[in-house]
Write a protein of this length. Sequence first.
Length: 255
Amino acid sequence: MKRALRMFAVAALASAALSTAGWAQNPQAVLSWGAACPTVVHDMTFVQKSTDGSVANPYPMYIAAKNLTTSDANVGTDINLFYGRGIPDAWRFDDAGCQTGSQVSLSNNGTKACPAMKGTNPLTITNFQYYANEQPNPRMNVRLAITYDNFTPAAGVTYILWAITFDHSFSVAGPTTAGVNCGGGDLPLCIAMTDPNMPNYADVASGVLALTGTQEPFTFATPTDGYLTWNGGSNCPGAVPTVPATWGKVKGMYH
């Protein structure tokens, strides 16, 4: 039953991907390192975990929505993040990767400063997909989708959509030692959200699902709100791949 409900949620979001809701104003998204919403930190530098435990390695980030009004009632959001190309083992948080899915945690709960944009009876679909066939520089897609009962946002409030914590306790600078650690933690990286302005990405643009079933894509108050860098990564958001992960491919992961 849960699987059927989740597939329904995916289908609902997928059917809305090519339309717009004509809302009062465009909802805006923002990505940030840290958990102190609405403070925004665009770049994060890797520090390897110390042997004495004095330096831990959880790296939180959040995805938030703003620029909403009470006219922007909704029943879900769908976020697609991409990072790569050329992904080091330290960033293989897919189940088959060096880190595995056990080293990343996901939440759509809010904070006092930034409440959650989530109605009752939420249903989620989350997935870290590694495209190994795209050699020599494969990429990663992070899918974060949620549907819920009708939710009406308040004007002027910044809402948490997702909080992600990457546990880099096994990450190291330099190469991987198989079965011991995950190398490449010191390499630069870009993590970007899909948006309607990316060529060939109209069908996977991240956005908000309106009550009518249409999707309003997220925009960004400034271009840097749409991506994050790791170790001063450059070429952002140009690091996003030119070949999109289509809705058919995404839905196929849940057959």
